[in-house]
Design a protein around this ligand. Structure first.
Ligand code: FE2
Ligand code: FE2
Length: 180
């Protein structure tokens, strides 16, 4: 059920991003030891949408479009990290701002809320707190998924059995198994 919700939200709000060359690159850049930027991102989207779905059940409204777009773009500033950043610490601090730039390129009409989601997702590593519940949701989902990535037991939990139309996601199970 949750997988279907995630797929429908991705198709509705995220197709331009998922079909982009930047996302294709994200699927092929290693991240969190055993994952890729793209797979990590898909898990953060799935976890974020799942939280929104649960909140809706208790009548708490969230802006799903901003959540999906913000979550999809939150780490795209990590692409080409070795060319952009001198070390990991700099990457942790600076990539949210870089991600906003990539998001604006992919989505010229990026909402202020999506921008804030991207800019604040690394709190408390960065100092700016998310001020909207959507920012808190994506920041929380990112941290939970990062732990799962490192422990490598979070593979496609929310997307099993679903198919994505985007070429970038075809064969994602295979690409997710990075060995070095
Ligand atoms: Fe990040
Ligand atoms: Fe992330």
């Amino acid at each position: 059920m949750a997988g279907k919700v995630v797929t429908s939200y991705l198709n509705k709000y995220g197709k331009n991003i998922v079909d982009s060359p930047e996302f294709e690159q994200a699927m092929n850049q290693r991240h969190h030891l055993r994952s890729s930027v793209g797979m990590h991102t898909m898990r953060v989207v799935a976890a974020s949408v799942w939280i929104c779905y649960l909140l809706k059940k208790i009548h708490v409204h969230t802006d799903s479009e901003s959540v999906v777009k913000g979550a999809l773009c939150h780490d795209l500033g990590i692409l080409d990290r070795d060319d952009k950043f001198d070390n990991n610490k700099e990457c942790y601090r600076e990539h949210p701002v870089e991600s906003v730039e990539v998001a604006k390129k992919l989505l010229p009409d990026l909402s202020e809320k999506s921008e804030e989601i991207i800019r604040t997702h690394m709190w408390p590593v960065t100092s700016e707190l998310p001020t909207c519940r959507e920012g808190v949701i994506v920041s929380l989902a990112d941290k939970v998924v990062a732990v799962r990535d490192f422990l490598s037991f979070g593979e496609s939990r929310f997307t099993d059995g679903e198919s994505y139309s985007a070429p970038a996601l075809q064969g994602m199970e295979n690409r997710n198994r990075y060995s070095a």
